[in-house]
Design a protein around this ligand. Structure first.
Ligand code: ATP
Length: 241
């Protein structure tokens, strides 16, 4: 079956001053796929996503939907369907759930209000918890609810490629399960996903393809189900149980 590459990264380098955090990464995300990047702390996973979003300068080639992103702004990347849910969960904590979601639709600010309202109702159907709490300040939500809101806010912009930075970080196991269920559900709705995770076990279970990033380089890659059985991956990232 033919796979159309939505994102094609080649020879990506990202440096902080003299320190290179990403050193020549090649990576592909096919349309409608979940691709995960696993690896230890400091491997360069967050740096990689930031560079793809245009938040950090990088060398190399990044093609999104067939077009070279070189020199394009963050705003134009968002307009073309790229979205990043950062690890810091940059929500506007003194705004309500509803207002946060409205901001997520800023890409569609020129569209009629009823269209944006329909998008919000869709999010409330996907995340009933958020509906109950629509008038609550984002800063008072629980960790799991905040992660749901961060996801929902990004989805309000109807991204083609959703980049998630450690969506399970700090969440209780039951909530982690919900988050991964939602990620699988989004892919089934046609959203392509680039998922950075420390929870390698859950990430490999949900993903189609995986990259292991170590010291800024791709140390291993392959279909997620195959990597999950790679003895080196098991020893380093999955452990025994
Ligand atoms: P984690 O899983 O701990 O979040 P990561 O794989 O996302 O790690 P990065 O946050 O991308 O790793 O960091 C990669 C390397 O770049 C690390 O050595 C880190 O210390 C360094 N680094 C990250 N941000 C900066 C910065 N703003 N200035 C200088 N060095 C940085």
């Amino acid at each position: 079956s033919e796979v159309i590459a939505l994102l094609q990264v080649s020879g990506l380098h990202v440096s902080y001053g003299k320190i290179e955090a990403v050193s020549g990464v090649d990576m592909t995300v096919g349309e409608g796929k979940i691709v995960t990047v696993i690896g230890p702390n400091g491997a360069g996973k967050t740096t990689l996503l930031s560079a793809l979003m245009g938040l950090l300068p990088a060398r190399g080639t990044v093609r999104f939907d067939g077009e070279d992103t070189a020199g394009t702004s963050i705003k134009s990347r968002i307009d073309r369907g790229l979205a990043l849910v950062p690890e810091t969960r940059a929500l506007f904590s003194t705004m309500t759930v509803e207002n946060n979601l409205e901001l997520g639709a800023f890409r569609f600010r020129a569209r009629p209000a009823r269209e944006r309202a329909a998008a919000m109702e869709e999010m409330f159907a996907l995340f009933p918890r958020l509906k109950e709490r629509r008038a609550q300040l984002a800063g008072t939500l629980s960790g799991g609810e905040r992660q749901m809101l961060a996801l929902a806010r990004a989805l309000m912009g109807r991204p083609r490629l959703l980049m998630l930075d450690e969506p399970s970080l700090g969440l209780a196991p039951l909530i982690v399960r919900d988050v991964f269920r939602i990620i699988a559900d989004l892919r089934n709705r046609g959203v392509s996903i680039l998922l950075v995770e420390q929870n390698a076990r859950a990430a490999l279970k949900v993903a189609d393809y995986a990259y292991v990033l170590e010291l800024g380089r791709v140390a291993a890659e392959g279909p997620a189900a195959e990597l999950a059985h790679d003895p080196r991956v098991i020893a380093a990232y999955l452990g025994i149980n």
